[in-house]
Design a protein around this ligand. Structure first.
Ligand code: HEC
Length: 141
């Protein structure tokens, strides 16, 4: 009986360590497929205001280049997409007080793709944002 217990324990332990090994790395670099999807979503939903190179339109639509929103805390950035933004802000000495519409019709995966694209393009070099991170912020409402 005792050895049977030990045997079961060993089997589950082996299975457990293998599951751990198989799990993808949380800090994995974004793949080419995700960035291609993100670029497409950017072109469809963001480019008209923030422009092809992410440098925006002075006085109207702020740039997405190394701003405190793009590189700052992820929930704050995710909320710009989910809820939009309409408050006076200042970026590189330029003031903006315009309306960014909410883009909450985009799925968690689509927001993950577009924000990961933005955070790794236009001179930005920040980590990916996962669909789970977007979902966590969306569920908080
Ligand atoms: C209709 C024009 C418009 C569209 C479309 C739009 N934005 Fe914006 N965005 C704005 C404006 C205007 C602001 C500043 C709002 C303010 O002054 O409070 C802004 C602010 C931001 C900010 C925070 C400030 C900064 O520059 O870092 C981010 C990040 C952002 N937008 C990302 C996006 C992304 C990603 C998309 C596409 C999913 C998008 N925007 C679509 C107009 C737009």
């Amino acid at each position: 009986m005792k050895s049977l217990f030990l045997f079961t324990f060993l089997i589950s332990f082996t299975a457990f360590s293998q599951t751990k090994k198989a799990a993808p790395k949380a800090s994995a670099a974004p793949g080419a497929a995700q960035l291609a999807r993100g670029k497409q979503i950017y072109e469809n939903n963001c480019m008209v205001c923030h422009q092809e190179t992410g440098d925006g339109v002075p006085g109207l639509n702020p740039p997405l280049i190394k701003t405190p929103w793009v590189l700052g805390e992820k929930p704050k950035l995710i909320n710009v997409i989910l809820k939009g933004l309409q408050e006076p802000i200042e970026i590189n000495g330029e003031r903006y007080n315009n309306i960014m519409p909410a883009n909450d019709f985009l799925s968690d995966q689509e927001i993950s793709d577009v924000l990961t694209f933005v955070r790794t393009n236009f001179g930005n070099n920040a980590s990916a944002i996962s669909a789970a991170e977007v979902k966590a912020v969306r569920d908080r409402k």
